[in-house]
Design a protein around this ligand. Structure first.
Ligand code: DX5
Ligand code: ZN
Length: 235
């Protein structure tokens, strides 16, 4: 019922050679390219004060729509954009124009406007997805999977968002199992710490879209890792 989608996270690539890095991953057998959009962060005391009205989502800055637009000129690949930002609605239009394929926003910052968000994302020709941080209960995405305009993918974070190269959190598999039981054909993506040593756990729980950054880019033979990840999802 669900297809395996292997999505190397371009966060682990050489940003200065993004087009050739993307092409390399596609040649190695990648289905999607995972693009991590992060908005930076205000730390410590300042954060406590600013939290209520202008806090940011993650402690890192990565890429924005201009980079997606540039990359789009070099590839027809599915660009799986994961927006770790506090105000996703503000970015829908620019990512649509830039050529994003999937637009995955975080449930933690869209409780009040997800219906509007999903509508806008679809109207710009993108595929809507919702992501949840490790501390967020899976029940919070249920409403987004019901009704006339549901999201088409759920991204279960298996590390705290912000950086590549962190350790996979196996406890998150309860969320994946719950989603898979309830939604047999849903695209369920796992993101963070996926690689040869964790893929079986994720696949057994029911994940079919696999983001992998450091395990793919850091491998001597990335093609072998991509093919192993795919076989583990399908078997
Ligand atoms: C983390 C990002 C991930 C990250 C995964 O905030 O959402 O996509 O690049 O990297 P690895 O696979 O190295 O954990
Ligand atoms: Zn991601």
């Amino acid at each position: 019922p669900v297809e395996a989608k292997i999505a190397p996270s371009m966060l682990s690539s050489d940003f200065a050679n993004l087009a050739s890095e993307a092409q390399r991953m596609l040649t190695f057998g990648a289905d999607w390219l995972h693009m991590d959009i992060m908005d930076g962060y205000v730390p410590g005391f300042a954060k406590a004060i600013l939290l209520l009205f202008l806090f940011h989502f993650v402690p890192n800055l990565t890429i924005g729509a201009p980079v997606i637009e540039s990359l789009r000129k070099h590839t027809k690949a599915y660009l799986d954009c994961h927006l770790m930002v506090t105000n996703p609605l503000d970015y829908v239009d620019q990512f649509g124009k830039a050529g994003a394929s999937g637009f995955t926003f975080h449930v933690e910052v869209s409780k009040d406007n997800w219906q509007e968000l999903v509508k806008q994302i679809k109207s710009k020709g993108m595929r809507p997805g919702v992501a949840l941080k490790p501390q967020t209960p899976v029940e919070e995405v249920f409403p987004l999977l019901e009704g006339e305009d549901p999201v088409e993918m759920v991204l279960v974070m298996t590390v705290e968002p912000g950086f590549g190269g962190q350790k996979f959190m196996p406890d998150m598999m309860n969320k994946v199992r719950t989603l898979r039981e309830k939604y047999p054909t849903l695209d369920i993506e796992v993101d963070g710490g996926l690689g040869p040593s964790t893929i079986d756990t994720a696949a057994a729980a029911g994940a079919n879209c696999i983001v992998a950054g450091s395990s793919v880019f850091g491998a001597p033979e990335p093609a072998q890792v991509i093919s192993l990840l795919r076989k583990s999802v399908i078997k």
